[in-house]
Write a protein that binds this ligand. Structure first.
Ligand code: PRX
Length: 673
């Protein structure tokens, strides 16, 4: 049964209480009431009516609504206007001034939270560090001084290429303190990918480490950083954090060890009052063209949106211990490890290494060790643990957990149930949060902090206040409830990207031209009769491999940069654990013959050009790629071949070509592979 059919079947069988106590609606285990008042004591929920009233008000008077939310932060100067909307460009809290690092650290050291734990850090080899808000404050100040002494100031771009160590959030906050714009590059990316990003933002400085630990091995980050420095002309200097203690070459006058610079650092750097529209960071993500997009987030709108949505969804309290397992290199790490939790003065857990190292119970050991109350992770991770069996979490006392979260890809009902039963002990609600790098923060999600609604396994629930999503057809007309369509957003929200770095035209094209007057998300969705959203994966040429976003064109460009490959097409194959994996079809150039060795070489090449996440699982050498008469690659034919599906499933789906054309292409391809 296809995914859509399975969902519709699931929806059809669903019991449907729309109000009442919080409960899990599940067609197989029946309706089980979750008594959140026991597991999450002292919380005051909004009754459904209040959610509805608040939601209605947020749409009726968005400026009044968001101004009230913004007042919950501290501003150096109040805004003159809440929103300037010159479609498709939005400027929030115009005239207001604030500082992200002030909100994340200074505010807390002026309260009893100064001695509260900000970060429980767990290294992969078993070492650990605990940073209080006072320590974090001191370090952010000293690091900001280091940056300033290297000549970094307001508006300068700093690339951060670091493993999951406390120095990474500290550097982000230090940049924010002085108004420098950070670009975090996931430490699994290659030298070329790092250099491309550094060149695009014109990074003046690169911060890296001697190495990082991953599954017991040392990741040689400095060597990759050196190669990237050679390819990125703008970067004059690099700072190196000592993590693994390996012997690394340092170039005199260019590379500096952090500990040497800290020895001369000032203890205090005043937070710069920054305009609300000042860019806080630029984060690259894949789109439908070959070149990743530099998504720019503002300071004011982004922080207001994250502060509110985080409170609604995770209902963080002072005794919460919150763990988001993402890497800081992705947007989840930016919003949900660094900015939102720290603005709330939360105690967070940060883990450096692999989830299954040294044993398959490493995560559950960490939950028990720190008494984690809120766990936020990805469906891929849940499915991986599910595959290894419930005996691993059963080794540990997970009774501290109160709330679970999921993000990055659709969560299938089976994984949802496993997570609910074996990790949450049938006690913890699961928040399936739908959002994107571009949205900055959560858009559609159950929100235990405000709406005690029934949860439906596999659905992201209702939109958060201020968010106005709609499911539409190709022309932008709303489709009836229960029908599949494209997910779009009807109006700007404060966390919305303020642009694509240096490319306003691409911003307009990618998000605002596909559907007239609407923000195009690139996702398929169904909205059911009760208003719940069911996310059905990407509608564009973007893959989600283990929750990581990759563009097909980006992968194809990487493949054809290998000397043996003349033409290539990348498609997704669905995978029971990773959601999707990459399958590559390649036409070889003159003088090159297919071989297993060439496949291995091509895999290694893709890893080198993009990073390990771009490794194709399947490679097929073909002599011709199926194309429509207008020259467009028939991706669905390729996807069907990759999936081993029958062409019958394809012919009705392929709208660009005639049935006969598709059938012929399919038969040819089957013979070739
Ligand atoms: O396809 C959707 C999927 O991830 C995409 C955004 O990817 P990225 O920018 O890397 O950000 C991921 C983390 C916020 C979306 O367009 N996605 C994200 N969350 C969900 C999801 N799909 C289904 N359910 C979700 N909860």
């Amino acid at each position: 049964m296809g995914r859509l059919a399975a969902l519709l079947w699931f929806l059809a069988r669903e019991a449907r209480p729309s109000v009442g106590p919080p409960c899990v609606v599940d067609s197989e285990i029946g309706i089980r009431t979750l008594d959140w008042s026991v597991s999450m004591s002292e919380r005051s929920y909004w009754p459904l009516k209040k959610y509805q009233d608040t939601y209605d008000r947020s749409l009726a008077d968005p400026e009044g609504f968001w101004a009230d939310e913004a007042r919950k932060l501290e501003w150096f100067r109040t805004w003159d206007r809440v929103l300037e909307w010159a479609p498709p460009f939005a400027r929030w809290f115009v005239g207001g001034q604030l500082n992200a690092s002030y909100l994340c650290v200074d505010r807390h050291v002026r309260s009893w939270r100064k001695s509260k734990v900000a970060i429980y850090w767990e290294g992969e080899p078993g070492d650990s560090r605990v940073l209080s808000y006072s320590t974090l404050y001191r370090e952010v100040n000293r690091y900001a001084s280091v940056l300033k002494r290297l000549g970094i100031g307001k508006g300068d771009a700093v690339a951060l290429y670091l493993p999951m160590i406390p120095e990474l959030p500290i550097f982000m906050l230090a940049c924010a303190r002085i108004g420098a714009v950070h670009t975090v590059v996931f430490s699994g990316f290659s030298a070329q990918a790092l250099a491309d990003r550094m060149n695009d933002v014109k990074a003046k400085l690169l911060v890296t480490a001697d190495g990082g630990y991953r599954r017991g091995r040392v990741l040689e980050l400095k060597a990759i950083a050196d190669e990237a420095m050679g390819l990125a002309a703008s970067a004059e200097r690099s700072i190196v954090v000592r993590r693994v203690g390996s012997d690394i070459p340092m170039r005199q006058g260019r590379d500096f060890f952090l500990h040497d610079l800290l020895a001369r650092a000032d203890l205090r750097v005043e937070p710069e009052p920054l305009e609300a529209t000042h860019p806080l960071y630029i984060l690259y993500t894949s789109g439908t063209t070959g070149k990743p997009k530099g998504i720019v987030h503002s300071t004011g709108g982004y922080l207001v949106f994250n502060c509110s949505t985080y409170r609604w969804v995770f209902d963080i309290r002072d005794d919460s211990v919150y763990w988001c397992t993402a890497d800081v290199g992705w947007v989840t790490g930016h919003s949900s490890i660094v900015y939102a939790p720290l603005m709330h003065g939360a105690s967070l857990v940060m883990y450096e290494g692999a989830p299954d190292y040294p044993r398959l119970d490493r995560w559950w050991d960490i939950v028990e060790k720190y008494g984690v109350t809120v766990l936020y992770t990805s469906p891929t991770a849940i499915r991986m643990f599910m595959g290894h069996g419930e005996q691993w979490p059963a080794l540990h006392d997970l009774s501290s957990l109160e709330l679970l979260g999921s993000v990055g890809e659709p969560i299938n009902p089976e994984a949802w149930r496993w997570y609910y039963e074996h990790i949450g002990g049938e006690r913890c609600p699961i928040v399936d949060t739908w959002w994107q790098t571009e949205t900055g923060g959560f858009m559609i999600s159950p929100a235990p902090g405000i709406q005690p609604l029934p949860l439906k396994p596999g659905s992201a629930g209702l939109p958060l206040p201020g968010v106005d999503p709609v499911v539409v057809d190709d022309e932008g007309n709303e489709v009836p409830r229960g029908e599949k369509g494209l997910l779009a957003i009807r109006r700007p929200w404060p966390g919305m990207l303020i642009g694509i770095h240096n490319n306003p035209e691409r911003y307009r094209k990618a998000y605002w031209e596909r559907l007239p007057g609407l923000y195009y998300t690139g996702d398929y969705a169904i909205r059911d009769e009760e208003g719940y959203f069911w996310l059905l994966g990407r509608a564009d040429e973007v893959l989600k491999v283990a929750g990581h976003r990759l563009g097909t064109l980006e992968l194809e460009n990487a493949a054809v940069s290998h000397p043996a490959v003349a033409e290539a097409a990348a498609v997704a194959r669905s995978d029971p654990v990773k959601g999707e994996t990459i399958v590559l079809f390649a036409i070889l150039g003159e003088g090159h013959g297919p071989s297993e060795q060439l496949k291995d070489e091509l895999r290694a090449h893709m890893r080198r050009v993009v990073g390990a996440i771009a490794t194709p699982e399947g490679i097929y050498f073909v002599t011709k790629l199926p194309k429509t008469s207008s020259g467009k690659i028939m991706r669905r034919v390729l996807a069907a071949v990759a999936a081993g599906a029958d062409v019958g499933d394809v012919s009705t789906l392929e709208d660009e070509a005639s049935v006969e054309e598709v059938r012929r292409a399919y038969e040819q391809l089957k013979k070739a592979v």
